[in-house]
Design a protein around this ligand. Structure first.
Ligand code: SF4
Length: 345
């Protein structure tokens, strides 16, 4: 069965840049960028990073600000920060060389089972099965595994099944083939079973149960949040701050923002702005609504409104915020939501 799978892969694989290398840095970079990201979306980022930082040492030498700026728009920014910290560790403690085993790789920040297996098998030929969403789907249908893919027991069951099914002599080829099969043939909707190399031994195909697999446990509740951004304008200058809290978008930059547990109207928002001391009694200003966006994150729905607060006389400072030129805003890494707003202007 594995032989058929490998032959299918050799004939049908897509030519992707990280497939033609055994360089651990290139493979690691592609795996970090492609987590929870479609290939067509991630590919330009992969190319950008590799162009700017050709080695892990060059990546380590960059500043976090530069990394976040290049990462902007990909989401899940903790991945970028972890990637940078891992690069620094590899440079300073390992002489710029990646560890070559699954167990050693897993000790690094941002590297879990999936990435450790991918790097150790693709770059160093270690017999470790890679298990991502595509592989889980293939395995669940092929073996008829009923454990939910998003449960902790399910994760172990799928890893064991993948490891058993792995061709230990050709782990890199086998892992790539399983991932590619899940991506191109054993798709979430309408799997192309008639062209599948695993068809003759597939449980779901034999029992016509493709739509029943993989099994998923109920989703976590999505939380609604209400963000009110206030663009404090002083001629061609504006105010921003860096988000330092342990929350979404840590270390990215944003305009002054008030979060409340419901959407505020103009009067309510002005009251909050006064309470924050962003304006004083003596200030003369104009306050206008600009626009609003709904922005979806994995477990949060953000309802963001944007407002403009323009002073008639120069506003020297707003406590807690940095005053910058509008034109310099593009040098700061901002969340996708703010990028969307800026693009709409
Ligand atoms: Fe998936 Fe169909 Fe292949 Fe089974 S036969 S592994 S369900 S594509």
């Amino acid at each position: 069965m594995q032989k058929k799978l490998h032959n299918w892969y050799k004939k049908n694989k897509r030519d992707l840049p990280w497939r033609n290398t055994k360089d651990a840095y290139t493979i690691w970079l592609s795996e970090i960028i492609l987590q929870q990201t479609r290939i067509d979306q991630g590919l330009p980022y992969f190319n950008k990073f590799l162009l700017n930082y050709t080695t892990v040492i060059e990546l380590a030498n960059a500043t976090e600000k530069e990394i976040l700026k290049l990462w902007q728009g990909l989401g899940y920014y903790s991945r970028a920060r972890n990637m940078h910290q891992t690069a620094i560790k590899i440079k300073t403690e390992m002489g710029g060389n990646f560890p070559s085993t699954f167990d050693e790789l897993k000790k690094l920040k941002g590297i879990g089972d999936y990435t450790a297996a991918a790097v150790s098998s693709f770059a160093f030929g270690e017999a470790k099965a890679v298990v991502d969403g595509n592989v889980q789907r293939v395995l669940s249908r092929f073996f008829g595994i009923k454990n939910p893919i998003n449960s902790s027991i399910g994760k172990k069951v799928f890893f064991d099944a993948a490891q058993k099914f792995l061709d230990k002599k050709n782990p890199a080829l086998h892992n790539q083939a399983m991932m590619e099969l899940g991506s191109l043939v054993c798709k979430p909707q309408n799997p192309d079973c008639l062209n599948c190399p695993l068809q003759e031994a597939c449980f779901a195909f034999e029992n016509n149960l493709q739509t029943q697999f993989p099994v998923k446990a109920k989703k976590l509740k999505v939380r609604n949040r209400y963000f009110h951004y206030v663009l404090i304008q002083d001629k061609n200058k504006t105010f921003i701050r860096q988000r330092i809290e342990k929350d979404i978008w840590q270390n990215l930059f944003e305009f002054p923002m008030i979060e409340f547990d419901k959407k505020l109207n103009e009067i309510e928002l002005l009251e909050k702005i006064v309470a924050e001391k962003w304006i004083h009694k003596s200030d003369k200003f104009q306050f206008n609504y600009i626009t609003q966006f709904k922005h979806q994150l994995s477990h949060q729905t953000l309802f963001a409104s944007f407002w403009q607060l323009e002073f008639f006389t120069s506003k020297k400072n707003v406590i807690g915020f940095e005053k910058i030129n509008w034109n310099d805003l593009e040098k700061y890494a901002v969340p996708r939501l703010i990028e969307k707003f800026l693009e709409s202007r």
